[in-house]
Design a protein. Structure first.
Length: 259
């Protein structure tokens, strides 16, 4: 008994540490290390960027880059005389998003400004990142916006770098398909896409998106997948601008008159 007590006094600390180590190892094995993952996750939360803020900041940067690319291209090719949008165009209103249907998430939104604030059908809506859509109906205090992502939407657009034209149609997501008028367009991944000078529904030069991929083998004309740069999923407000539509009632390419 005396010998055991002496051994315990001499090796007590090592024995306790060994027991704790074995107990911890057994616990981690039984929980598959879940406790360590939770500790790591909790410790890392203060260092993780807010996803929503990061998306909005990236969208603002994209919009500025697209505007710069568009302006440089227009200056190089003297496109100012073709009716490009004026940056000093007066804004009608900044309106909050007040309505959105889960069934039509990528098709329509409702803004909290209407005819009493001077908003009219045909005006267009911008947000961080670029063009959102256009006003299709108004009440005294609300405006319904047809989004670019709506599959029924058709918008005339231009590749800013090469000036090749076509139109985009929504894909019920933050992507759109661009169909070119030319059979061999000069387009590549990363090209900036803006509204066309031939568009009846929008002023020219508004940022729309960037080319994500190109299918040159598509018949009858090549197509490109366009990533829309306005963050429609996180939209909380919109800037409403006037657009004096031409007397002609002709719609965008392949677009029905009521769109």
């Amino acid at each position: 008994m005396f010998t055991l007590r002496r051994w315990w006094d001499r090796h007590r600390l090592q024995t306790i540490l060994l027991g704790l180590s074995l107990g911890t190892a057994l616990f981690l094995r039984q929980t598959n290390g879940a406790i360590l993952y939770e500790i790591y996750r909790l410790l890392g939360i203060p260092f993780q960027p807010n996803q929503r803020e990061a998306v909005l900041q990236n969208a603002q940067i994209e919009e500025l880059q697209q505007r710069l690319t568009e302006m440089e291209s227009q200056n190089q090719q003297l496109r100012e005389l073709l009716g490009t949008v004026k940056n000093e165009q007066k804004q009608v209103a900044i309106a909050p998003l007040v309505g959105r249907s889960a069934d039509h998430w990528w098709q329509h939104i409702l803004l909290g400004k209407g005819s009493s604030a001077g908003v009219k059908t045909g005006y267009y809506v911008m947000s961080s990142g670029g063009l959102v859509g256009r006003i299709v109906s108004v009440t005294p205090h609300t405006s319904r916006v047809l989004l670019l992502s709506d599959p029924s939407s058709r918008v005339g657009v231009t590749v800013s770098r090469s000036r090749f034209m076509g139109y985009i149609r929504g894909q019920a997501s933050n992507r759109a398909i661009m169909e070119f008028f030319d059979k061999v367009p000069d387009v590549r991944q990363g090209d900036v896409i803006t509204t066309s000078a031939l568009s009846h529904l929008y002023p020219a030069g508004l940022p729309v998106g960037r080319v994500e991929s190109v299918n040159m083998n598509k018949s009858p004309a090549p197509e490109a997948v366009i990533e829309l740069t306005a963050p429609v999923s996180f939209l909380e407000w919109g800037m409403i601008y006037p657009h004096a539509q031409p007397l002609s009632t002709e719609a965008e390419p392949n677009q029905t008159p009521n769109q």
